[in-house]
Design a protein around this ligand. Structure first.
Ligand code: NAP
Length: 500
């Protein structure tokens, strides 16, 4: 079902169609500016048609037994395994991260399709004792209805799979808008689902920018909006969805932290910091943009992190020896660059980086040098705001307690980690770090799909992607009482008498 040319269309009600006003936008390789594809810029009218198609398909899809819905997800996972390498290469061209990471992105989607496919034979409810005789009490899950899924560009196939796989297994139909920077890989996911047997109208895809997303959020016949992206957009979505009391699930930004205690294995810690701070050029929601280091090992850790950052090779992600690809676009490059002045104004010390990389071919892409700030005040903007680039802030502390306090002192709460050999401190950190994810003796990235993914505070609104927690986003609970006593029994009122 792959569309043969590099000009793509929306997918609505089982048909490939242009946008209603013929508008389009271009997708380019961020490493060299090469034009990759042209996509439709969808209008409100396109969104309306997509929502109507999703509504029309809903009853048939929700009534398909969940194990059969699961078989479609299993089949999709198998197709994706066969195409993993091609998908990874295409993703590297579309959004820049290196091949090892784009392979991981595809693998995450495969894992999620298998995991949620298996849920087709579980989707557990509860059976509990009734307080009345000859009566049964149980709970089951209902699909929510039409789901609007809006995703970011940094995990172009993994994050869409986190939304679509649970939505579909639970019996919902979907209107999906991927990020404008990475529509190709999101389209590939939908193509694969169609190839695996997904019926017409169950997933509808509209491409476009923010206003297309807003039209989904504000459409009165969308029941649930599932969104991953920035905290600012998350707030707009919450407001836009409020009018109709839509369900909203938000996975937003982060200002993640690694704590290095004085007893840490520094080899491990430095490797963890470098991978978490600079992998995907720092454009992960779980990127370690703060490192809180005990004063006894601060100088040593700072020296080694700077050394590692300076050895990283920037280049096209398809080249074998590239450590760091480009950032996604000019807007993001400008934003990252603007934090140079901000860091200096905050009195931090620039230890390395802090500028664009423009040697040779790098000048054609959006490359930024891995950047390390030292002696950062925990209240400084570079220690508080999400930069979303290869930039990390080193903060010196005098004790474990101070480290925890500094770590928790942000408006976000996604991922945290601690390097220590002290088992008691590790357990205290697990208890006291107020984030949705905490790692012990590992960096801040590397979540697995069978556990809940998301964060506290400004990172979201209490929902979680992945794991069985995701099922609570995509279903409504229904309680069922079955009375086989032949009487009208009254809970909380009838007095039961038992013969001795
Ligand atoms: P973004 O600018 O918020 O965009 C996310 C998606 O929302 C895109 O599809 C975007 O369309 C769309 N959008 C923009 N304005 C909208 C509006 N008013 N109404 C509805 N939709 C709208 O975020 P991003 O730059 O793509 O992604 C980076 C952010 O995502 C970071 O903050 C990162 O931390 C966060 N993130 C969080 C997680 C997590 O699970 N917590 C995971 C990954 C990323 P366009 O593409 O056209 O702008």
């Amino acid at each position: 079902m792959t569309v043969a040319t590099a000009t793509y269309q929306n997918y609505i009600g089982g048909e490939w169609v242009d946008s209603s006003d013929g508008g389009t936008f271009e997708v380019k390789d961020p490493a060299n500016g090469e034009l990759l594809a042209v996509f439709p810029e969808s209008t409100k009218e396109d969104v309306d048609r997509a929502v109507k198609a999703a509504r029309a398909a809903f009853d048939k899809w929700r009534l398909m037994p969940a194990p059969h819905r699961g078989e479609i997800l299993f089949k999709a996972a198998e197709i994706m395994i066969e195409r993993k390498e091609d998908l990874a290469r295409e993703m590297t061209r579309e959004m820049g991260k290196v091949l090892a990471e784009t392979r991981g992105d595809v693998q995450e989607a495969i894992d999620m399709l298998y995991y949620m496919g298996g849920e087709g034979r579980r989707l557990f409810g509860e059976v509990v004792p009734s307080e009345l005789p000859d009566k049964m009490a149980l709970s089951t899950r209902l699909p929510v209805g039409v789901v609007g899924a809006i995703t970011p560009w940094n995990f172009p196939i993994a994050i869409p799979s986190w939304k679509l796989a649970p939505a579909l297994i639970c019996g919902n139909t979907v209107v999906f808008k991927p990020a404008e920077d990475t529509p190709i890989l999101s389209l590939r996911l939908v193509e694969i689902l169609l190839e695996a047997g997904l019926p017409k109208g169950v997933v509808n895809m509209v491409f476009g920018h923010g206003p297309t997303g807003a039209a989904i959020v504000e459409h009165p016949d969308v029941d649930l909006v599932t969104f991953t992206g920035s905290t600012d957009t998350g707030k707009k979505i919450t407001k836009g969805a409020a009018e109709d009391l839509k369900r909203v699930s938000l996975e937003l930004g982060g200002k993640n932290v690694i704590i290095v205690h004085e007893d840490a294995d520094l080899d491990l810690a430095v490797e963890g910091i470098v991978w978490s701070a600079f992998g995907t050029s720092g454009q992960r929601c779980t990127a370690a943009s703060r490192v809180v280091i005990h004063e006894k090992v601060y100088d040593e850790v700072a020296r080694r992190v700077v050394e590692a950052a300076e050895q990283m090779k920037l280049g096209h992600g398809l080249e074998d020896d590239t450590d760091l690809g480009p950032v996604i676009n000019q807007r993001q490059l400008d934003k990252i660059a603007s934090f140079r002045e901000i860091g200096e104004a905050d009195g931090a010390t620039l230890l390395t980086g802090g500028e664009r990389a423009t040697d040779g071919d790098l000048a054609d892409g959006f490359f930024y040098k891995p950047t390390v700030w030292g002696d950062v005040n925990p209240k400084a903007r570079i220690a508080q705001e999400e930069i979303f680039g290869p930039v990390t802030a080193l903060i010196k502390v005098g004790s474990f307690e101070e480290a925890i306090a500094v770590a928790n002192d942000t408006s976000y709460g996604l991922s945290s980690s601690i390097f220590t050999k002290d088992v008691n401190l590790a357990f205290k950190a697990m208890r006291d770090l107020y984030t949705g994810i905490t790692y012990i003796n590992a960096g801040t990235t590397g979540a697995e799909i069978q556990l809940p993914f998301g964060g506290t505070k400004g990172t979201g609104n209490g929902h979680r992607d992945a794991g069985t927690a995701a099922l609570d986003v995509y279903t409504e609970w229904k309680a069922l009482y079955i009375d086989f006593s032949g009487k009208i029994q009254k809970a909380q009122i009838d007095e039961l008498k038992f013969d001795a």
